[in-house]
Design a protein around this ligand. Sequence first.
Ligand SMILES: Nc1ncnc2c1ncn2[C@@H]1O[C@H](COP(=O)(O)OP(=O)(O)OP(=O)(O)O)[C@@H](O)[C@H]1O
Length: 255
Amino acid sequence: MTATAPSYPSVVPDAAPALVLDGITKTYRSKAGGVDALRGVTYHFPRGSFTAVMGPSGSGKSTLLQCAAGLDQPTTGVVVLGGVNLHGLSEVALTKLRREEMGFVFQAYNLLPSLTVYDNVALPLRLTGKRPHRNDILGVLEQVGLSDKVKRRPAELSGGQQQRVAIARALITKPSVFFADEPTGALDSNSSRQVLTLLREATDRAGQTVVMVTHDPVAAAYAERVVFLSDGLIAGHLDRGTPGQIAAAMSDLER
Ligand SMILES: Nc1ncnc2c1ncn2[C@@H]1O[C@H](COP(=O)(O)OP(=O)(O)OP(=O)(O)O)[C@@H](O)[C@H]1O
């Protein structure tokens, strides 16, 4: 891939972190025995930061994201998002928090095939009982460069365009934290660059926080910090690394 190096934010992160992981462990139990996917992860994600999470296959990246977003429960430890401790929240309260404060961008775009682009983007507002305003929907679609695709259905779009719809859908609720799991995994370099630039802008312009799991050092270089996981633990971090430096750090981990 040949993405150009991103610029970094002038935003100074607030003192209160957007997201806190405190002593997170996660053990999956199965008939074959337990798997310790996370073995004690403590990390503060500053407000307005863009953090990439990398690590070898099976190191616990997706598990970390799932626990941080309240999609799965840690075995022990605490997740605090925007000052709210997720532990002990009812499923209803957690769903509300997810819909209002979190945006999700996954490798599979998860758009509803029967809805138009416009209605896919309006959906999160409808789910929270808010009336979507046409100008707001058109505004985010313009932001992601899809003003001319409003009436299309997902199957009539390229992968990169579908992912940009998914980002518009995540942007519409103005979430404080974006969780992205391999958001460019299925995209070519040009589409990847567009998607990563949108995530970068969410932090730089709107002060939102992005946590992105990726295998791709070029994608990770859009973040100001890469946190490396190894065997369920944070093994270190790299600030403002180039793709080459990030790839070298990954090779060291995989040795
Ligand atoms: N539902 C599950 N049941 C049992 N074990 C699981 C489950 N989900 C994940 N694991 C195990 O937990 C560990 C961490 O998995 P996880 O998917 O978080 O890793 P990852 O770093 O995201 O991997 P990859 O890069 O391959 O996607 C692995 O050993 C995996 O096999």
